[in-house]
Design a protein around this ligand. Structure first.
Ligand code: HEM
Length: 417
């Protein structure tokens, strides 16, 4: 008789029950406890550290609502618009699920920008968190492609003409541009083939994002979180267990975020839905104003601020690529902008320029907007290529707090571990 252990649910660690049996063979419970309950986290994280958890939950909501939309959607130029209308008007709660998906996309990108600028401000990209930063940027790029592909799917006027503008941007690449545009689009203009490809891309990338999030969070748990002071925890006094302290903080952040989400879905749908996209795609009628979703506007502003089309494309693509170099462009020994007065001013200007470029995108970089766009664009690149490396020189002698607990006024007592 073989010893299958079937009659005995006791594992080597002494626990009983099904979970203990599974855990002894695949430590899901121990792993979860280790990574999300007993996990030590700096005690001073502020509200900006809520956005990673918010992003994770919104991603799951997007996948769930997306599957529902996908099973009712027709990825053909003739059927797409009508199938989305049917979801809105005929399927029970279809309007709600679609509204959650569309609002979720906007709020996901908003949370992503906050998450990214938080990392830049507090120097979370610095050693030893470079891979965390790089996986984050990979997520940014993947999410942008996913959002763009998703926007094309309803095959409304903006979907069609947005795809057309993107195709024209690719077309501007010297030598290979026209061939590449034709290859990606599957024809001379957006049509059936492109729509089918966008659908597959949207679906596949969305799930791939989930996979990269797992890597991102795994990398985070190797180094632990950075914090607003930018100094590493020196002992148990500088940290708290993830549960109950950060589970409750994250829950509060999510409730506030959910309130905003619900307000948009139920009371302000026009904020996230573009009226022009309720007209079916018409290749013979160009809308007066072709404009991407708000979250692409800063890049659209960059595209337009440069006189040459290819130059504009290089600027927009370069503005993302340059972020991959940040851990190596910034040589300062200090992480957090809290102790870097010069860098702090530069960061504020960077955010202002990014927002300004968004307005430039909205105003099609004409007249004064063109000049503003060019100044903001030059600042954007100067920030990373000149000011960031320079700032390191002014910060060699900064004195940092002795520890996180000490900075918060908690001094060592005989009871401390
Ligand atoms: C799908 C998108 C993303 C998800 C779901 C996600 C998720 C998370 C989570 C759960 C955390 C821990 C909580 C927190 O610090 O807020 C985190 C931390 C972090 N993420 Fe992301 N992230 C995403 C995209 C990005 C992007 C685009 C970047 C930047 C390029 C980035 C950079 C970082 C950094 C540097 C940290 C550590 C921050 C610190 O401890 O100071 N992430 N992320």
């Amino acid at each position: 008789m073989t010893d299958s252990g079937s009659g005995d649910a006791t594992d080597q660690r002494g626990g009983t029950g099904v979970l203990a049996w599974v855990d002894a063979r695949l430590p899901v419970v121990t792993g979860f406890r280790h990574e999300y309950i007993d996990y030590r986290t700096p005690r001073n994280l502020n509200g900006l550290w809520n956005f990673g958890a918010i992003l994770t939950v919104v991603l799951l909501v997007m996948l769930a609502t997306g599957i529902f939309l996908a099973v009712n959607y027709t990825p053909t130029a003739a059927g797409a618009f009508a199938s989305v209308e049917a979801i809105e008007r005929q399927l029970p709660s279809g309007w709600l699920l679609r509204s959650i998906h569309v609002t979720g996309a906007s709020l996901f990108l908003a949370a992503l920008y906050i998450h990214l600028f938080r990392g830049l401000y507090y120097g979370s990209y610095k050693r030893p968190r470079e891979i965390l930063w790089l996986t984050g940027l990979l997520l940014l790029v993947m999410v942008m492609f996913t959002a763009f592909a998703g926007y094309v799917l309803p095959w409304g006027q903006m979907s069609y003409w947005g795809a057309d503008v993107a195709g024209k941007a690719v077309d501007a690449i010297p030598f290979v541009g026209p061939w590449l545009e034709h290859f990606l689009q599957g024809g001379d203009a957006p049509g059936d083939v492109s729509l089918h490809r966008f659908f597959v891309l949207h679906f596949v990338l969305a799930f791939a994002v989930l996979g990269v999030v797992v890597l991102h969070v795994a990398a985070l748990h190797v180094t632990g979180s950075n914090n607003p002071l930018g100094i590493e925890p020196k002992g148990p006094r500088d940290t708290l267990t993830f549960h109950p302290y950060y589970t409750s903080k994250d829950a509060l952040g999510m409730i506030l975020f959910a309130l905003l989400f619900a307000a948009l879905v139920f009371f302000l749908p026009h904020v996230v839905f573009e009226a022009e996209n309720f007209r079916p795609a018409n290749p013979l009628h160009t809308p007066a104003d072709i404009e991407p979703e708000w979250y692409f506007l800063p890049f659209y502003g960059m595209l337009q601020s440069v006189p040459s089309k290819f130059g504009g494309l290089l600027a927009a693509v370069g503005s993302i690529l340059i972020l991959f170099l940040v851990p190596w462009l910034d040589r300062s020994p200090i992480r957090s902008a809290r102790f870097r007065p010069f860098y702090r001013v530069c960061m504020v200007l960077l955010v202002l320029c990014f927002i300004l470029l968004g307005f430039v995108g909205r105003h099609h970089a004409e007249g004064g907007w063109m000049i503003a766009g060019r100044i903001a664009l030059v600042y954007y690149f100067a920030h990373f290529l000149v000011l960031l490396p320079l700032s390191a020189r002014t910060e060699r002698h900064v004195v940092l707090p002795e520890s996180i607990a000490a900075a918060q006024g908690h001094h060592a007592t005989g009871h401390d571990a």
